[in-house]
Design a protein around this ligand. Sequence first.
Ligand code: ADP
Ligand code: ZN
Ligand code: ZN
Length: 871
Amino acid sequence: MYINGINLPNFMVAEPGESYQSNENGNRWVEVLVDCPGNSGLFTYRLPIHLEIKPGDILSVPFGAQQLGAIAIRLLSELNVDLPPEKIREVEDIVSKGFFKSAYWELLNRVAAYYYTPLIQVIRVALPPGLLGRSQRRIRLSRTVQDQETKTQKDKLSPPQLLSSLPFVSPTAQQILGLLQAQSAGDYSFAYLQQKVKSAYRGVRELLRLGLVESYLEPPRATRPKLQKAVTFIGTIDPDLTIRQREILEVLRRRGGEVWQKELLQICNASSSILKTMAEKGYIVIEEREVLRTEQSPALAQDYPKSLNAAQANALASIQALDGFAQVLLHGITGSGKTEVYLQAIAPLLKEGKSALVLVPEIGLTPQLTDRFRARFGNKVSVYHSALSEGERYDTWRQMLTGEPQVVIGTRSAIFAPLPNLGLIILDEEHDSSFKQDSPIPTYHARTVAQWRAELENCPLVLGSATPSLESWVSVKRQEAGGRSRKSEVGSRKSEVLSPPASPASPASPAHYLSLPERINSRPLPPVEVVDMRQELQEGNRSIFSKSLQAALQQLQERRQQGILFIHRRGHSTFVSCRSCGYVLECPHCDVSLSYHHTEEGAPQLLRCHYCNYGRSHPQHCPECSSPYLKFFGSGTQRVAQELARQFPQLRFIRFDSDTTRNKGAHRTLLTQFANGEAELLVGTQMLTKGLDLPQVTLVAVVAADGLLHLSDYRASERAFQTLTQVAGRAGRGDDAGRVIVQTYTPEHPVIEAVQGHDYQSFSQAELEQRQALNYPPYGRLILLRLSSLDPIQVQNTAQTIATALSTNEGFEILGPAPASIVRVANRYRWQILLKFVPDALPQLPDWEEVRSLCPPSVSLTIDVDPLNIM
Ligand code: ADP
Ligand code: ZN
Ligand code: ZN
């Protein structure tokens, strides 16, 4: 038996002999979300007449032999399942009314609808894992019984007399009542009663019906609070103190008089026995304190607001003048002091009792950023991301629900942080693609969700970046222009240069463009030197380091300065280019570079276009200049590290990439080592580009920009510009001037020129013209269907079937089906279909249930709305 595609367990059948009353008014049924291991999904229940249930309430429902916590999803007037109505069980009780605030509930529903995802999956992203599972159902004597019991005690009646004053109950029910009455609070967990009394379930049900007991779910809470020793300074300084003891007290005093013992021992490199002696002498107190298992960070010196420069002050004033929902694009070049603006925008909110949500792309950069927030706001700051342990995540989540004014910093899933009193949402580095989830569903973009959330909570959204995404740039520029023209020339709106993008934000949302065009203290942006690697090869330099870079590295070593070496992460797809002339093999139909297609060991080398499925064999010689040096690209950190060790044995470097930062806290450790001067060079991937503020870095080098330039993706240029500009922006942030070296085989590429000129405006203008011509975002909209299966034939056939079925719809273009760039991943074969919607036309969206129904069980289908990675 299936309900909404979920296999309905056989035991969900009513017991015989029970009669059901039907609800007179409208809705009779409710769909609830049950979350228990191995059996999550939507189930239909009967609405009891005496309960007023609303979507978002937490309920308790019978489920098999258990009672489970469940969330009411929607009310139904017609039964939606193929089951005789008398077989459907009734909701037992409302445990918590309005658990989800209506704005939050609306948000979850919008995400589900826009991303074609069942609500349950959205709720799973939003809630900490196992939330409902943790709740405990309890049974207590109802008020009337308790009152009566008090009366009985007063009148010195014996319990049997109490029972006899009650209506007739079964022996099971009597047993349960007896247990409850014997307990001072009259309250037991359901599990306990079940253990003690046979068929307790029936007895409780009976007592519930008679109103003698109440059932409730105990709000989830951490089972055992975590305790930790804290050391407190109590103010007496004695001449008897040893120097060592004095040092420790000094550290304590500097850090506000109280520090966790563990930390203090670390900072002072002391043993716990010295603390014990000090405690015995009465200088300090050591005691156990409850720690919320939120992420801990080292104690930080208090930081105070800086006095802003004119552009910062202007941006801050504009943000503070906002009343309610608005979208702000804070376009500040690297090192222009965006973070300081965020901090000062948040400070007054906290005083008003409101909270702020700060989203960052990756956890790699959060230690530094969170430190800055903690230094300013102390323990009002917490960190929330999926890499936290379940306990940490859960405690942080609980802490948010309290409604205390606070700042939550997190990665994309933190957009669902349940802060009740939200005053501001900030997306830092808003252009970053890690705000988008590719899988599993919902394939949401935190920026899109943030727009809805800001709108629903009626608070401003600030999007900060040195290299705004074209989506945000166009959206804000357009709305700003639209708003102005509406005000100034009512009735005669000029047609705009750029036609409206299909933006998920509501068209009327007020938008503001704010700019920080200068670095702090008017420091210049670093000059960018572009090195033509073709030239290097011609001149006989076969090293991956150009002569210029070699000289710079030499200098770094001699002067003990610090630098960053950026290596583009080895992508899934690699393009093929000629090392003699720079020629890149492209698709004749699509204007994207062809991908080197690695299927299996020993298979013939194939080049393929992942938009239209054009394919060709890997040529032996360059079609342009006949050079045999036609190679596919890709050089990992490892390779570069080997090369460094060979050519610069004295140079100390730290690898900073996904291999070396896998362990918890590794980012912080490596960056601290680097900041302490334990190495001259930080060698790493994408992670380096994101928000690092290391004032002592003077050199930034990009080993090979080409890996970024020719990805087979319509976004390749935008991403390349953003990454290169961001990585270049790490240089010269301190007093010493910086310099940037970019190595490439295509120095004439427009992206390279734009990066060299620090020219966002002309880059975006040129790129937008191309996007518009081809109806790519932010003009057209895309939906990508990703199919995968263990069976290569079946997935291909299914892709074909779906594409054919879709072709009867109008209003969009179908590209593909085509295999993904790495066809086989973890033994699954992957195909995809890209749907491209024309701008302005309301797309005739296909019926997704129908599309899904074309998928045999062996083929899985993910609908990726507004995909960022089409590879
Ligand atoms: P961005 O995020 O725009 O790259 P940051 O906020 O990291 O820039 O600022 C760069 C550096 O300048 C930081 O070290 C920051 O502390 C400092 N800074 C920011 N604003 C000011 C200011 N008004 N006066 C002095 N220093 C500032
Ligand atoms: Zn093509
Ligand atoms: Zn060539």
